[in-house]
Each structure stands twice: as C-alpha cells, then as structure tokens.
Design a protein around this ligand. Sequence first.
Ligand SMILES: NC(=O)c1ccc[n+]([C@@H]2O[C@H](COP(=O)([O-])OP(=O)(O)OC[C@H]3O[C@@H](n4cnc5c(N)ncnc54)[C@H](OP(=O)(O)O)[C@@H]3O)[C@@H](O)[C@H]2O)c1
Length: 184
Amino acid sequence: MMPNHSIDGYAIVSDNHCIADADGNMPECLKNDADWAYFQAALDAATLTVVGRKGHEANPNHKNRRRLILSRSLAALEQRPDGWWWNPAGQDWANVLQQVAPEGGAIAVPGGRDVFDLFLQPGYTSFHLARAEGAQVPGGTKLFSGLEDKTPEDLLAGHGLQPDPTRWLDQENRISMTIWRRPV
Ligand SMILES: NC(=O)c1ccc[n+]([C@@H]2O[C@H](COP(=O)([O-])OP(=O)(O)OC[C@H]3O[C@@H](n4cnc5c(N)ncnc54)[C@H](OP(=O)(O)O)[C@@H]3O)[C@@H](O)[C@H]2O)c1
C-alpha cells in the first residue's frame, strides 16, 4: 500500500458473525438506519469503494462514486461505464491503486466475505465492525472465512488491529459499533 492511502473495512454482523443469510441475501435483522447512515457517510468521504461483483449488482452505483468491482471474469483491470473492474489474480494491488486512485485517500471496503478476506493482506488501517446484538442468521455467510472456531475480533486482533471502546450506533435497536485500528 502507498503511504497516503488507508484501507477501511465496514460490516454489520449477527451474533454468529454473519453478513448475509443462507441464500446470500442481506437479512432484515442486519438492516438498520443508523448503521446505513454511518456506512453511507463513510463511502461519501472515501476516494474509492471496493466491492464484490454480487454486491455491485445488488447495489448499483446510483451516487456515481468511484467504485472498484472484483471479479474473476476478466484478466486484470478494466475501466467500464459502471466502474473499474479488477481480478487480483491478474494485477497487484499497488499497481491498481496507482491507476485507480493515484491521489491517495481512504479506500472503503464493504465486502462481501472474499473481498474482506483479500484485504487482510496488505492489511486494514481500520475496520468498522457493527453488531446487531441478539441477531442470529442460521447457516449464513460469515464475515471472513476461517471463522469456524474464531470470532472476527480474534481475526482482527491477530492481524494487528486494536479496538476502540464499543459504543451504540442505535441503542434502542441494539446496534453496536467497534472501530478496530492499526496502531501508528
Ligand atoms: N452485512 C454486511 O456488512 C455485508 C457486507 C457485504 C455484503 N453483504 C451481503 O452479502 C451478500 C453478497 O456478498 P458475497 O460475499 O456473497 O458476494 P460479493 O463479495 O459481493 O461478490 C462475490 C463475487 O465477487 C468476486 N470476487 C470476490 N473475491 C474475489 C477475488 N479475490 N478475486 C476475484 N473476484 C472476486 C467474484 O465475482 P465473479 O463471480 O464475477 O468472479 C465473486 O463471485 C449480499 O447479500 C450483501 O448484501 C453484507
């Protein structure tokens, strides 16, 4: 990563660490207005948003933000009318940054799971982890792979991040937020 970029993850998970249900859709229990507003403000402030192809199709880029879409359906990196498309197997991240966001700034990563996995290396600058306290999503997609016997918090700590104190984003609906940061 170039020194003037940050990589910032954003997710909301259930008690069993899921971002999506067993059908791959966002369950109602993970939809919350305060979390959505927090997330949208972060995307507005970011230089670039990095999403998986399915998330891109489910959430078209109505605000015309600069978007990088991951897919294995192309060779390397292409600029298309709906955004930049990237296959990490064909072009490395430093090279992508030079072409897509040379001015630096915040790179927002809203997932899904394989995209969250990918940015564990080179490493998150921060990870904004919202929890829908008390929500269960049976058989859903977890935030990261490799969470069978670990929590996301274990994984983030294992990758060198440290948590700020947890606070409520929406106390009435029991949505908490913990920002994990890489120590400077
Ligand atoms: N709760 C949350 O915070 C949260 C966050 C994110 C998403 N979600 C939910 O999760 C669901 C979608 O997530 P998802 O994980 O199923 O899909 P996704 O990450 O949006 O898209 C998956 C696709 O992205 C591409 N991709 C991912 N990693 C790649 C890599 N390393 N190299 C190349 N291509 C890669 C592949 O596209 P190709 O098939 O084209 O190769 C893959 O099929 C939606 O329901 C969404 O609402 C929830």
